[in-house]
Design a binder for this molecule. Structure first.
Ligand SMILES: [Zn+2]
Length: 215
C-alpha cells in the first residue's frame, strides 16, 4: 500500500521540511559530546510522487545514515570503488570516507538502479537532505553519484530527466573548517540558494544547491 501523493510544489516542500526535522532529531540525540555530526538521507521523487517513510515501490526515502557509517563504493578509498578525483587529496578522502553521505549515496544508487529507473516514466528528483552541508569530499562524491545515475539510465535505455540537489539548513550557506591533522574542508555550497518556506505558519528557510549536470 503506497502512501504517496501526486506532487504539488507544496508536497515537495512539506516533505523536505519534514525530513530536515527528522535529520535534526537524529543529530540531536547524538549531541552529547561536542557538535552533532552530519546525518543524511536521500529523498527520491519519481514522476512527482513524493515519498513518505517506508515507501519503496514508486518513490523512495533512504534510511537516515549516521556519521561514521560510510563504507563501500563511494569512500573514494576502496580498491573497486569510485575513483578519487585529482582535486580531492588522499587525506581528504580518508578523513571523510566514513561520512554518512557515503552510505546514503550507495543506498540511493541501489534503489534507483533496481527500482527507480524501472518505474519512472518522466523524472527522478534526487535530493540529499542533511543537517549540515556536505564537506568537500562528499560534494565530489555527490557529483560522481550523479554521473553514475546518468550512466545507469543510459544503460537501462531510460530517458527520464534526472536532477540531483543538496538541501540543508545551517545558518550560513557554507563554512570553512579543518578536519584531522588540519586538513581544510568546506561544508556546504557557498552559492547555495536560500529557500524560504511557510507551511501552515511554520516559517523558515533552507539552503538549496542544484548540481550541474555532468558532461
Ligand atoms: Zn563529508
Amino acid at each position: 500500500m503506497s502512501h504517496t501523493h501526486a506532487q504539488s510544489p507544496d508536497a515537495r516542500t512539506q516533505a523536505i521540511v519534514r525530513e530536515l526535522a527528522t535529520i535534526h532529531e537524529h543529530a540531536g540525540r547524538d549531541h552529547r559530546v561536542g557538535e552533532p555530526g552530519l546525518f543524511s538521507r536521500i529523498m527520491v521523487i519519481v514522476d512527482g510522487n513524493v515519498p513518505s517513510e517506508g515507501d519503496s515501490a514508486s518513490c523512495y526515502l533512504t534510511p537516515v545514515k549516521a556519521p561514521r557509517s560510510g563504507e563501500g563504493y563511494y569512500t573514494l578509498t576502496a580498491n573497486n570503488g569510485a575513483v578519487r578525483p585529482a582535486e580531492i587529496s588522499v587525506d581528504e578522502a580518508k578523513l571523510s570516507q566514513q561520512d554518512s553521505e557515503v552510505a546514503t549515496l550507495l543506498d540511493a544508487y541501489d534503489w534507483i538502479t533496481e527500482q527507480g529507473l524501472k518505474v519512472a516514466t518522466q523524472s527522478l528528483q534526487v535530493i540529499l537532505i542533511s543537517n549540515i552541508g556536505p564537506c568537500t569530499g562528499c560534494k565530489a562524491r555527490l557529483q560522481i553519484f550523479y554521473s553514475d545515475l546518468l550512466s545507469a539510465a543510459a544503460e537501462a535505455r531510460s530517458t527520464v530527466a534526472i536532477t540531483v540537489e543538496s538541501i540543508y539548513n545551517t545558518p550560513e550557506a557554507s563554512r570553512d573548517s579543518t578536519r584531522g591533522n588540519a586538513i581544510p574542508t568546506t561544508y556546504g555550497y557557498p552559492s547555495a540558494a536560500r529557500t524560504p518556506y511557510n507551511i501552515s505558519g511554520n516559517q523558515g528557510a533552507y539552503w538549496l544547491h542544484t548540481l550541474p549536470r555532468p558532461q
